[in-house]
Design a protein around this ligand. Structure first.
Ligand SMILES: Cc1ncc(COP(=O)(O)O)c(C=O)c1O
Length: 415
């Protein structure tokens, strides 16, 4: 007879509400946990799963936070954020040609919370949210928490991981309420240009949809790509768009938790009311840090970082192009990710395990080559893995060597 007793948390009498019970832990987090467990055992794992640029927080932000603490700027702030940060944020967003007033900007605890507020504010139970696939892992769960359903629109094979306006239009139903766009894209790194974006936005205008435009990676665009802000496309686009962004990625400030939503005034007011009852406001100290980042002259430093990341991107693309069996999909000229199709390795066996999915590929790559990447199933890219190329150049070069060697071993072992 087993004497094992269940862990205390397994026998709680508390019944979870359906909306909580249906949110699974993210695939990114699961793989990250596995990679960290190996690292804890002393294994030299190179982690290419990261969703943040591997740079330090910009210095003026850190200094502004220290000043905030020293001057006891540690109380509740206005619910929408301190006025000087709302003004600096409006200026910052408007560098892409929008015309937001400070009163249209709500400062939040990261872009993630801004997205949560956006869904809560716009989505009724049963509403559908259209999104071009592949898409970021959190969107389906943010939509579901608001009672909505994400409706992915898959790009045609060979279309560079981009969807067309016709494809979007064909997916509109009488329940469609929101078009969700994320440009540059996490996970693909693909950037829709102005013409392509305008065509997608026209679908929203024609069908009277609101647009949530997640532009968190707007700084990270490379090559000939430029960032286009949806709300800058036309007055019609502006009137129906909620622009989401934050300091996390641009200023390497993921832990400070400052993001924003800029929206038509009534929407900004509704979001402010929700925030006033749920978070009160974001951290006063982090708001000062963000203000420090936004008001310092950081253009040269940010440009230096952008070029560094571009070098890492080009190194990665070159190395992967030389490997048979995996194929980079689309033209990753934004964010700091790319998607590699690994279906060419299916059927191959190593260490008694046969690869039949991108999840198998990622697991085997971690255990056999000590490189962590994210399998694409939760991004609606089931034959792909997401590679984040933000790690320092020497580690990136080592990771790419390990991937090449792993695939060769996989081929040899099966061949
Ligand atoms: C596409 C996308 N949107 C939003 C976020 C959330 O960013 P924040 O750190 O500002 O909450 C992320 C972070 O990974 C992201 O990749």
């Amino acid at each position: 007879m087993s004497t094992a007793t269940p862990a205390p948390e397994a026998i709680s009498p508390i019944r979870l509400a359906l909306r909580a019970a249906q949110v699974p832990p993210s695939a990114t987090a699961a793989l990250d946990a596995q990679a960290k467990a190996l690292i804890a055992q002393g294994v030299d794992v190179i982690n290419l799963t990261s969703g943040e640029p591997a740079f330090p927080t910009v210095e003026p932000a850190a200094q502004a936070a220290l000043d905030a603490i020293a001057t006891d700027f540690t109380r509740y702030t206005p619910a929408a954020g301190i006025p000087e940060l709302r003004a600096a944020t409006a200026d910052f967003i408007n560098r892409h040609g929008t015309a937001y007033e400070p009163g249209q900007v709500v400062i939040t605890a990261g872009a993630k919370q801004a997205l949560h507020y956006a869904f809560t504010t716009l989505v009724e139970p049963g509403d559908e949210i259209l999104i071009p696939a592949p898409y970021w892992v959190s969107y389906p769960h943010l939509a579901a928490l608001a009672g909505g359903t994400l409706v992915p629109v898959q790009p045609a094979p060979g279309a560079g991981l981009k969807v067309t306006a016709d494809q979007l239009r064909a997916a509109v139903t009488d329940r469609t309420r929101v078009l969700l766009l994320n440009n540059p894209s996490n996970p693909s790194g693909v950037v829709y240009d102005r013409t392509e974006l305008a065509a997608l936005v026209q679908v929203a205008i024609d069908h009277d949809l609101a647009i949530i435009s997640d532009e968190i990676c707007d700084h990270w665009v490379f090559g000939d790509s430029e960032h286009t802000s949806v709300a800058a496309l036309s007055p019609e686009a502006d009137q129906r768009t909620l622009t989401i962004g934050g300091v996390s990625k641009t200023f390497a400030m993921t832990g400070w938790r400052i993001g924003w939503v800029a929206a038509p005034t009534p929407v900004a007011a509704a979001i402010t009311a929700i925030q006033s009852h749920t978070a009160s406001a974001p951290s006063s100290i982090s708001q000062k840090a963000a203000l420090g980042a936004l008001t310092a002259d950081l253009a040269p430093e940010l440009e230096r970082r952008r070029r560094e990341l571009d070098d890492r991107r080009l190194t990665t693309l070159k190395a992967l192009a030389a490997i048979q069996g995996i194929e980079v999909d689309g033209d990753p000229t934004g964010a700091f990710f790319l998607l590699a199709d690994v279906s060419g390795t299916y059927g191959h066996t190593l260490a008694d395990r046969t690869v039949i999915s991108a999840a198998d590929f990622a697991k085997l790559l971690l255990t056999e080559a000590n490189v962590a990447v994210v399998p694409g199933a939760d991004f609606a890219a089931p034959n792909h893995v997401r590679i984040s190329y933000t790690v320092p150049p020497d580690r990136l070069a080592e990771a790419l060597d390990r991937i090449a060697d792993f695939i060769e071993r996989l081929g040899r072992a099966s061949g």
